[in-house]
Design a protein around this ligand. Structure first.
Ligand SMILES: *Cc1c(COP(=O)(O)O)cnc(C)c1O
Length: 398
Protein backbone atom coordinates (compact mmCIF):
# COMPACT_ATOMS: atom_id res chain seq x y z
CA UNK A 1 0.00 0.00 0.00
CA UNK A 2 2.90 2.39 0.64
CA UNK A 3 4.32 1.80 -2.81
CA UNK A 4 2.40 4.03 -5.22
CA UNK A 5 4.37 2.90 -8.26
CA UNK A 6 1.31 1.34 -9.87
CA UNK A 7 -0.76 3.96 -11.69
CA UNK A 8 -4.02 2.64 -10.20
CA UNK A 9 -2.88 2.84 -6.56
CA UNK A 10 -3.55 6.53 -5.94
CA UNK A 11 -7.29 6.08 -6.45
CA UNK A 12 -9.39 4.63 -3.64
CA UNK A 13 -10.19 1.05 -4.53
CA UNK A 14 -13.99 1.32 -4.39
CA UNK A 15 -14.90 -1.21 -7.08
CA UNK A 16 -13.32 -3.88 -9.28
CA UNK A 17 -12.31 -2.26 -12.54
CA UNK A 18 -10.71 -3.82 -15.62
CA UNK A 19 -7.08 -2.75 -15.92
CA UNK A 20 -7.43 -0.55 -18.96
CA UNK A 21 -7.53 3.23 -19.17
CA UNK A 22 -10.07 4.89 -21.43
CA UNK A 23 -8.84 7.89 -23.35
CA UNK A 24 -11.41 8.69 -26.02
CA UNK A 25 -15.06 8.19 -26.91
CA UNK A 26 -17.25 8.91 -29.92
CA UNK A 27 -20.86 7.81 -30.33
CA UNK A 28 -21.20 4.14 -29.40
CA UNK A 29 -17.43 3.57 -29.19
CA UNK A 30 -14.71 3.96 -26.56
CA UNK A 31 -10.95 3.61 -27.02
CA UNK A 32 -8.39 2.64 -24.40
CA UNK A 33 -4.80 3.86 -24.09
CA UNK A 34 -3.61 0.86 -26.16
CA UNK A 35 -5.92 1.91 -29.01
CA UNK A 36 -8.31 -0.96 -28.50
CA UNK A 37 -11.85 -0.08 -29.52
CA UNK A 38 -14.95 -1.08 -27.54
CA UNK A 39 -18.61 -1.06 -28.59
CA UNK A 40 -20.34 0.45 -25.59
CA UNK A 41 -23.77 -0.67 -24.34
CA UNK A 42 -23.10 0.72 -20.86
CA UNK A 43 -22.59 4.35 -21.92
CA UNK A 44 -21.23 5.68 -18.66
CA UNK A 45 -24.06 3.89 -16.78
CA UNK A 46 -26.90 5.16 -18.95
CA UNK A 47 -25.64 8.73 -18.82
CA UNK A 48 -24.91 9.31 -22.52
CA UNK A 49 -28.20 9.58 -24.43
CA UNK A 50 -26.37 10.99 -27.46
CA UNK A 51 -23.36 8.66 -27.15
CA UNK A 52 -19.82 9.56 -26.12
CA UNK A 53 -18.64 13.17 -26.46
CA UNK A 54 -21.41 14.37 -28.80
CA UNK A 55 -20.30 17.37 -30.83
CA UNK A 56 -23.31 19.49 -29.83
CA UNK A 57 -22.53 18.98 -26.12
CA UNK A 58 -18.80 19.63 -26.62
CA UNK A 59 -19.58 22.83 -28.56
CA UNK A 60 -22.10 24.05 -25.99
CA UNK A 61 -19.61 23.43 -23.17
CA UNK A 62 -16.75 25.13 -25.00
CA UNK A 63 -18.83 28.19 -25.88
CA UNK A 64 -20.25 28.48 -22.35
CA UNK A 65 -16.81 27.94 -20.76
CA UNK A 66 -15.55 31.01 -22.61
CA UNK A 67 -18.62 33.07 -21.70
CA UNK A 68 -19.31 32.36 -17.99
CA UNK A 69 -18.57 29.43 -15.65
CA UNK A 70 -20.02 30.24 -12.23
CA UNK A 71 -21.52 33.55 -11.23
CA UNK A 72 -22.60 32.08 -7.82
CA UNK A 73 -25.75 30.17 -6.95
CA UNK A 74 -26.99 33.33 -5.24
CA UNK A 75 -27.40 35.00 -8.67
CA UNK A 76 -29.52 34.08 -11.67
CA UNK A 77 -27.85 32.87 -14.85
CA UNK A 78 -29.37 32.58 -18.32
CA UNK A 79 -28.72 28.88 -18.88
CA UNK A 80 -30.34 27.62 -15.69
CA UNK A 81 -33.39 29.84 -16.33
CA UNK A 82 -33.73 28.50 -19.87
CA UNK A 83 -33.27 24.87 -18.87
CA UNK A 84 -35.73 25.15 -15.98
CA UNK A 85 -38.28 26.69 -18.34
CA UNK A 86 -37.73 23.96 -20.94
CA UNK A 87 -38.11 21.18 -18.33
CA UNK A 88 -41.30 22.76 -16.96
CA UNK A 89 -42.71 23.22 -20.48
CA UNK A 90 -42.06 19.55 -21.29
CA UNK A 91 -43.42 18.00 -18.05
CA UNK A 92 -46.25 18.23 -15.53
CA UNK A 93 -44.02 20.11 -13.05
CA UNK A 94 -43.84 23.83 -12.24
CA UNK A 95 -40.44 24.41 -10.63
CA UNK A 96 -36.91 23.04 -10.79
CA UNK A 97 -33.89 22.89 -8.47
CA UNK A 98 -30.66 21.81 -10.18
CA UNK A 99 -28.20 19.42 -8.55
CA UNK A 100 -24.87 17.83 -9.46
CA UNK A 101 -25.72 14.15 -9.04
CA UNK A 102 -28.74 11.90 -8.91
CA UNK A 103 -28.23 11.17 -5.23
CA UNK A 104 -28.15 14.88 -4.48
CA UNK A 105 -31.38 15.42 -6.43
CA UNK A 106 -32.99 12.60 -4.41
CA UNK A 107 -31.72 14.11 -1.16
CA UNK A 108 -33.52 17.24 -2.29
CA UNK A 109 -36.71 15.27 -2.98
CA UNK A 110 -36.55 13.69 0.49
CA UNK A 111 -35.99 17.09 2.09
CA UNK A 112 -38.83 18.62 0.08
CA UNK A 113 -41.22 15.86 1.18
CA UNK A 114 -40.19 16.33 4.83
CA UNK A 115 -40.65 20.09 4.45
CA UNK A 116 -44.13 19.47 3.02
CA UNK A 117 -44.92 17.27 6.02
CA UNK A 118 -43.61 19.89 8.45
CA UNK A 119 -45.60 22.66 6.79
CA UNK A 120 -48.88 21.00 5.93
CA UNK A 121 -49.14 17.58 7.58
CA UNK A 122 -48.34 17.93 11.29
CA UNK A 123 -44.72 16.91 10.92
CA UNK A 124 -45.39 13.74 8.91
CA UNK A 125 -42.00 12.64 7.59
CA UNK A 126 -42.04 8.95 6.67
CA UNK A 127 -41.47 8.02 3.06
CA UNK A 128 -42.54 4.67 1.66
CA UNK A 129 -39.93 3.30 -0.73
CA UNK A 130 -39.52 -0.15 -2.30
CA UNK A 131 -37.61 -3.38 -1.86
CA UNK A 132 -35.00 -3.51 -4.62
CA UNK A 133 -35.14 0.26 -5.12
CA UNK A 134 -31.98 2.27 -5.69
CA UNK A 135 -31.81 5.99 -5.00
CA UNK A 136 -28.09 6.74 -4.60
CA UNK A 137 -25.12 6.56 -2.26
CA UNK A 138 -25.50 9.41 0.19
CA UNK A 139 -26.56 8.35 3.67
CA UNK A 140 -30.23 9.29 3.20
CA UNK A 141 -30.50 7.86 -0.30
CA UNK A 142 -28.84 4.59 0.78
CA UNK A 143 -31.38 4.50 3.59
CA UNK A 144 -34.18 5.08 1.07
CA UNK A 145 -32.84 2.31 -1.18
CA UNK A 146 -34.13 -1.23 -0.81
CA UNK A 147 -30.85 -2.84 -1.77
CA UNK A 148 -29.94 -5.79 0.46
CA UNK A 149 -26.20 -5.16 0.29
CA UNK A 150 -26.71 -1.67 1.77
CA UNK A 151 -28.48 -2.97 4.87
CA UNK A 152 -25.47 -3.60 7.14
CA UNK A 153 -23.53 -0.54 5.97
CA UNK A 154 -22.88 2.79 7.69
CA UNK A 155 -25.23 2.29 10.61
CA UNK A 156 -27.18 4.02 11.94
CA UNK A 157 -29.09 4.81 8.77
CA UNK A 158 -31.30 7.83 8.26
CA UNK A 159 -34.65 6.79 9.72
CA UNK A 160 -38.11 7.26 8.25
CA UNK A 161 -38.09 4.96 5.23
CA UNK A 162 -40.43 1.99 5.06
CA UNK A 163 -40.14 -0.56 2.27
CA UNK A 164 -43.11 -1.84 0.32
CA UNK A 165 -43.09 -4.40 -2.52
CA UNK A 166 -43.12 -3.20 -6.10
CA UNK A 167 -46.41 -3.83 -7.96
CA UNK A 168 -48.16 -4.72 -4.68
CA UNK A 169 -50.52 -1.90 -3.76
CA UNK A 170 -51.66 -3.67 -0.58
CA UNK A 171 -48.08 -3.64 0.73
CA UNK A 172 -48.07 0.14 0.26
CA UNK A 173 -51.46 0.70 1.85
CA UNK A 174 -50.41 -1.31 4.92
CA UNK A 175 -47.45 0.99 5.58
CA UNK A 176 -49.41 4.26 5.49
CA UNK A 177 -49.91 5.89 8.89
CA UNK A 178 -50.27 9.42 10.23
CA UNK A 179 -46.48 9.97 9.90
CA UNK A 180 -46.43 9.13 6.19
CA UNK A 181 -45.78 12.01 3.84
CA UNK A 182 -44.75 10.46 0.51
CA UNK A 183 -44.23 7.39 -1.65
CA UNK A 184 -41.06 7.28 -3.75
CA UNK A 185 -40.17 4.86 -6.53
CA UNK A 186 -38.42 4.24 -9.83
CA UNK A 187 -40.65 3.70 -12.86
CA UNK A 188 -38.29 0.83 -13.69
CA UNK A 189 -35.96 -0.45 -10.96
CA UNK A 190 -32.71 -0.23 -12.91
CA UNK A 191 -29.96 -1.31 -10.52
CA UNK A 192 -32.10 -4.14 -9.14
CA UNK A 193 -32.08 -5.70 -12.62
CA UNK A 194 -34.62 -3.74 -14.70
CA UNK A 195 -37.89 -4.54 -12.93
CA UNK A 196 -40.71 -2.33 -14.21
CA UNK A 197 -43.48 -0.89 -12.08
CA UNK A 198 -46.56 -1.76 -14.13
CA UNK A 199 -48.64 1.09 -15.55
CA UNK A 200 -51.61 -0.23 -13.56
CA UNK A 201 -49.57 -0.15 -10.33
CA UNK A 202 -48.45 3.43 -10.98
CA UNK A 203 -52.08 4.41 -11.60
CA UNK A 204 -53.19 2.70 -8.36
CA UNK A 205 -50.34 4.40 -6.52
CA UNK A 206 -51.32 7.81 -7.88
CA UNK A 207 -54.95 7.25 -6.85
CA UNK A 208 -53.96 6.01 -3.39
CA UNK A 209 -51.51 8.84 -2.69
CA UNK A 210 -54.02 11.42 -3.89
CA UNK A 211 -56.74 9.96 -1.71
CA UNK A 212 -54.48 9.95 1.38
CA UNK A 213 -52.90 13.36 0.73
CA UNK A 214 -49.42 11.92 0.14
CA UNK A 215 -46.80 13.10 -2.33
CA UNK A 216 -45.84 10.79 -5.17
CA UNK A 217 -42.12 11.04 -5.96
CA UNK A 218 -40.73 9.42 -9.10
CA UNK A 219 -36.99 8.83 -9.31
CA UNK A 220 -36.48 9.08 -13.08
CA UNK A 221 -32.72 9.38 -12.87
CA UNK A 222 -32.34 6.27 -15.03
CA UNK A 223 -35.73 6.19 -16.82
CA UNK A 224 -36.02 9.89 -17.66
CA UNK A 225 -34.69 11.86 -20.63
CA UNK A 226 -36.06 9.58 -23.34
CA UNK A 227 -34.56 6.33 -22.06
CA UNK A 228 -37.90 4.43 -22.16
CA UNK A 229 -39.14 5.98 -25.41
CA UNK A 230 -41.08 8.80 -23.75
CA UNK A 231 -39.36 11.90 -22.41
CA UNK A 232 -40.24 10.78 -18.85
CA UNK A 233 -41.21 7.27 -17.79
CA UNK A 234 -44.30 8.34 -15.81
CA UNK A 235 -45.94 9.37 -19.11
CA UNK A 236 -46.45 5.70 -20.05
CA UNK A 237 -48.89 5.32 -17.16
CA UNK A 238 -50.66 8.59 -17.91
CA UNK A 239 -50.12 9.83 -14.34
CA UNK A 240 -48.87 13.15 -12.97
CA UNK A 241 -46.54 12.76 -9.97
CA UNK A 242 -45.86 15.60 -7.50
CA UNK A 243 -42.07 15.38 -7.51
CA UNK A 244 -39.54 13.97 -9.99
CA UNK A 245 -35.79 13.64 -9.96
CA UNK A 246 -33.59 13.52 -13.04
CA UNK A 247 -29.89 12.76 -13.42
CA UNK A 248 -27.73 10.57 -15.62
CA UNK A 249 -28.87 11.41 -19.19
CA UNK A 250 -29.92 14.99 -18.48
CA UNK A 251 -26.36 16.30 -18.87
CA UNK A 252 -25.45 14.24 -21.93
CA UNK A 253 -22.38 12.96 -20.05
CA UNK A 254 -21.61 15.79 -17.62
CA UNK A 255 -22.66 16.01 -13.95
CA UNK A 256 -26.12 17.54 -13.94
CA UNK A 257 -29.28 16.49 -12.10
CA UNK A 258 -32.59 18.08 -11.25
CA UNK A 259 -35.39 18.05 -8.71
CA UNK A 260 -38.77 19.02 -10.16
CA UNK A 261 -41.98 19.70 -8.26
CA UNK A 262 -45.52 20.81 -8.92
CA UNK A 263 -46.62 24.13 -7.50
CA UNK A 264 -48.49 22.20 -4.79
CA UNK A 265 -45.34 20.38 -3.62
CA UNK A 266 -42.73 23.08 -4.23
CA UNK A 267 -42.56 24.46 -0.68
CA UNK A 268 -38.93 25.20 0.23
CA UNK A 269 -38.33 28.42 2.14
CA UNK A 270 -35.17 30.46 1.87
CA UNK A 271 -32.30 28.65 3.55
CA UNK A 272 -33.74 25.14 3.13
CA UNK A 273 -31.88 24.14 -0.02
CA UNK A 274 -28.84 25.21 -2.02
CA UNK A 275 -25.34 24.26 -3.13
CA UNK A 276 -22.31 26.01 -4.55
CA UNK A 277 -22.34 24.55 -8.06
CA UNK A 278 -26.08 23.97 -8.32
CA UNK A 279 -27.50 25.31 -11.55
CA UNK A 280 -24.12 26.48 -12.83
CA UNK A 281 -24.35 27.72 -16.43
CA UNK A 282 -21.71 25.31 -17.75
CA UNK A 283 -23.68 22.14 -16.95
CA UNK A 284 -27.02 23.79 -17.79
CA UNK A 285 -25.68 24.75 -21.23
CA UNK A 286 -25.06 21.04 -21.87
CA UNK A 287 -28.50 20.17 -20.51
CA UNK A 288 -30.16 22.62 -22.89
CA UNK A 289 -28.78 21.08 -26.08
CA UNK A 290 -29.47 17.56 -24.81
CA UNK A 291 -33.11 18.32 -23.95
CA UNK A 292 -33.59 20.14 -27.24
CA UNK A 293 -32.42 17.05 -29.13
CA UNK A 294 -34.20 14.40 -27.07
CA UNK A 295 -37.57 16.11 -26.85
CA UNK A 296 -38.01 16.07 -30.65
CA UNK A 297 -40.89 13.69 -31.57
CA UNK A 298 -38.73 12.06 -34.26
CA UNK A 299 -35.98 11.36 -31.76
CA UNK A 300 -38.32 9.71 -29.25
CA UNK A 301 -39.98 7.69 -32.01
CA UNK A 302 -36.58 6.38 -33.07
CA UNK A 303 -35.86 5.35 -29.45
CA UNK A 304 -39.10 3.33 -29.47
CA UNK A 305 -38.25 1.68 -32.80
CA UNK A 306 -34.65 0.94 -31.84
CA UNK A 307 -35.79 -0.37 -28.46
CA UNK A 308 -38.20 -2.79 -30.15
CA UNK A 309 -35.44 -3.96 -32.48
CA UNK A 310 -33.05 -4.58 -29.57
CA UNK A 311 -35.81 -6.39 -27.68
CA UNK A 312 -36.55 -8.68 -30.67
CA UNK A 313 -32.86 -9.44 -31.16
CA UNK A 314 -32.45 -10.24 -27.46
CA UNK A 315 -35.49 -12.50 -27.58
CA UNK A 316 -33.96 -14.46 -30.47
CA UNK A 317 -30.63 -14.66 -28.66
CA UNK A 318 -32.39 -15.86 -25.53
CA UNK A 319 -34.27 -18.54 -27.47
CA UNK A 320 -31.05 -19.74 -29.16
CA UNK A 321 -29.29 -20.16 -25.80
CA UNK A 322 -32.23 -21.34 -23.70
CA UNK A 323 -32.20 -18.22 -21.52
CA UNK A 324 -35.02 -16.30 -19.84
CA UNK A 325 -37.22 -13.25 -20.39
CA UNK A 326 -36.42 -9.78 -21.68
CA UNK A 327 -37.53 -6.98 -19.33
CA UNK A 328 -37.72 -3.21 -19.61
CA UNK A 329 -38.84 -0.55 -22.03
CA UNK A 330 -37.31 1.53 -24.79
CA UNK A 331 -33.53 1.36 -24.51
CA UNK A 332 -33.38 0.18 -20.91
CA UNK A 333 -33.59 -3.59 -21.31
CA UNK A 334 -32.44 -6.66 -19.42
CA UNK A 335 -31.89 -10.27 -20.39
CA UNK A 336 -32.57 -12.89 -17.72
CA UNK A 337 -29.67 -15.36 -17.96
CA UNK A 338 -31.39 -17.85 -15.59
CA UNK A 339 -27.89 -18.70 -14.24
CA UNK A 340 -25.33 -16.64 -12.29
CA UNK A 341 -23.08 -16.17 -15.33
CA UNK A 342 -23.44 -12.38 -15.63
CA UNK A 343 -19.89 -11.57 -14.51
CA UNK A 344 -18.39 -14.19 -16.83
CA UNK A 345 -20.38 -12.91 -19.80
CA UNK A 346 -19.39 -9.29 -19.05
CA UNK A 347 -15.69 -10.28 -18.80
CA UNK A 348 -15.72 -12.34 -22.03
CA UNK A 349 -17.59 -9.60 -23.91
CA UNK A 350 -15.09 -7.04 -22.61
CA UNK A 351 -12.23 -9.16 -23.90
CA UNK A 352 -14.02 -9.25 -27.27
CA UNK A 353 -14.42 -5.45 -27.28
CA UNK A 354 -18.06 -5.09 -26.22
CA UNK A 355 -19.21 -3.40 -23.01
CA UNK A 356 -22.36 -4.72 -21.35
CA UNK A 357 -23.42 -4.60 -17.71
CA UNK A 358 -24.61 -7.19 -15.22
CA UNK A 359 -26.48 -5.45 -12.37
CA UNK A 360 -27.33 -8.82 -10.82
CA UNK A 361 -25.45 -12.15 -11.15
CA UNK A 362 -28.18 -13.60 -13.41
CA UNK A 363 -29.01 -10.47 -15.40
CA UNK A 364 -27.50 -8.50 -18.28
CA UNK A 365 -28.55 -4.88 -18.68
CA UNK A 366 -28.43 -2.85 -21.90
CA UNK A 367 -28.37 0.96 -21.79
CA UNK A 368 -26.86 2.05 -25.10
CA UNK A 369 -26.80 5.54 -26.54
CA UNK A 370 -30.35 6.49 -27.53
CA UNK A 371 -29.07 7.03 -31.08
CA UNK A 372 -27.42 3.57 -31.27
CA UNK A 373 -27.62 2.18 -34.81
CA UNK A 374 -29.04 -1.10 -36.12
CA UNK A 375 -25.54 -2.14 -37.16
CA UNK A 376 -24.18 -1.53 -33.68
CA UNK A 377 -27.01 -3.61 -32.21
CA UNK A 378 -26.29 -6.52 -34.52
CA UNK A 379 -22.55 -6.33 -33.76
CA UNK A 380 -23.31 -6.49 -30.04
CA UNK A 381 -25.76 -9.39 -30.50
CA UNK A 382 -23.23 -11.34 -32.61
CA UNK A 383 -20.60 -10.86 -29.92
CA UNK A 384 -22.96 -12.03 -27.17
CA UNK A 385 -23.94 -15.02 -29.29
CA UNK A 386 -20.30 -16.14 -29.39
CA UNK A 387 -19.71 -15.32 -25.72
CA UNK A 388 -22.83 -17.18 -24.54
CA UNK A 389 -21.83 -20.24 -26.55
CA UNK A 390 -18.39 -20.14 -24.93
CA UNK A 391 -19.60 -19.47 -21.37
CA UNK A 392 -22.40 -22.04 -21.78
CA UNK A 393 -19.93 -24.69 -22.98
CA UNK A 394 -17.56 -23.91 -20.10
CA UNK A 395 -20.46 -24.35 -17.67
CA UNK A 396 -21.42 -27.72 -19.15
CA UNK A 397 -17.82 -28.95 -18.85
CA UNK A 398 -17.57 -27.66 -15.25
C1 LIG B 1 -27.93 6.24 -10.81
C2 LIG B 1 -29.16 6.41 -10.02
C3 LIG B 1 -29.18 7.22 -8.87
C4 LIG B 1 -27.95 7.90 -8.33
O1 LIG B 1 -27.44 8.85 -9.21
P1 LIG B 1 -25.93 9.36 -8.98
O2 LIG B 1 -25.73 10.41 -10.03
O3 LIG B 1 -25.04 8.17 -9.13
O4 LIG B 1 -25.87 9.92 -7.61
C5 LIG B 1 -30.38 7.36 -8.21
N1 LIG B 1 -31.50 6.75 -8.64
C6 LIG B 1 -31.52 5.97 -9.72
C7 LIG B 1 -32.79 5.36 -10.16
C8 LIG B 1 -30.34 5.76 -10.44
O5 LIG B 1 -30.34 4.96 -11.51
Amino acid sequence: MTNAAHPFDALMDITARPEVVFVRGAGSYLWDANRNRYLDFVQGWAVNPLGHSPVIVADALAAQARRLLTPSPAFYNEQSLKLAKALVDNSCFDQVFFANSGAEANEGAIKLARKFGAKYKNGAHEIITFEGGFHGRTLATMSASGKRAFEPLFEPKVSGFRKARLNDIVSVRQLINSSTVAVMLEQIQGEAGVWPASDAFLQELRALTQQRGLLLIVDEIQTGMGRTGKLFGYEHAGIEPDIMTLGKGIGGGVPLAALLATEHASCFDHGDQGGTFNGNPLMCAAGLVVLDQISQPDFLKSVVDTGLLLERELQRLSARHGLGEIRGRGLLLALDLKMPIGAAVVAEAFAAGVLVNSPQPDTLRFMPALNVTREEISLMIDCLDTVLTKVGAARRVA
